[in-house]
Design a protein around this ligand. Sequence first.
Ligand SMILES: [Zn+2]
Ligand SMILES: [Zn+2]
Length: 164
Amino acid sequence: MEDRIERIKQHLHSHNYKLTPQREATVRVLLEHEDDHLSAEDVYLLVKEKAPEIGLATVYRTLELLSDLKIIHKLNFGDGVARYEFREEGAERHHHHLICVQCGAVDEIMEDLLQNVEHKVEEDFQFKILDHRLIFHGICHRCQQENNQPLPEAEQTKPAKAKG
Ligand SMILES: [Zn+2]
Ligand SMILES: [Zn+2]
């Protein structure tokens, strides 16, 4: 964790930005929730626990700065709320998102499924691809399981034992 904070600090310095205490608190929250896809408001609520004096606008500006510097990745899942996640250091982290339309869960496929598609697009359109986004909308396995379970009410409507 400290190593990564230090690297982010260097990264900011190389762009003439300082890792202020507020920025550091924001970065720590993002690192602690690396597997999540937090909205600015989620981040704000978590940062507030560490730095109660921080304002939403500061958190928002920090997130914008970090995503401008490509330290974090800004995601749009089509619900009008921007979400943020860390990029894996070094290599571009290719993964795809599965969004459940029922419970809103975001799962990830940690595999690049689009390599062949990219090659084809590059060849057919003479287009140098730098990145891509792929989002699947559907119903997650948890919700499918829940949907298939008999409703508790159905249990209760079973004919009760006749009383003697
Ligand atoms: Zn679901
Ligand atoms: Zn993700």
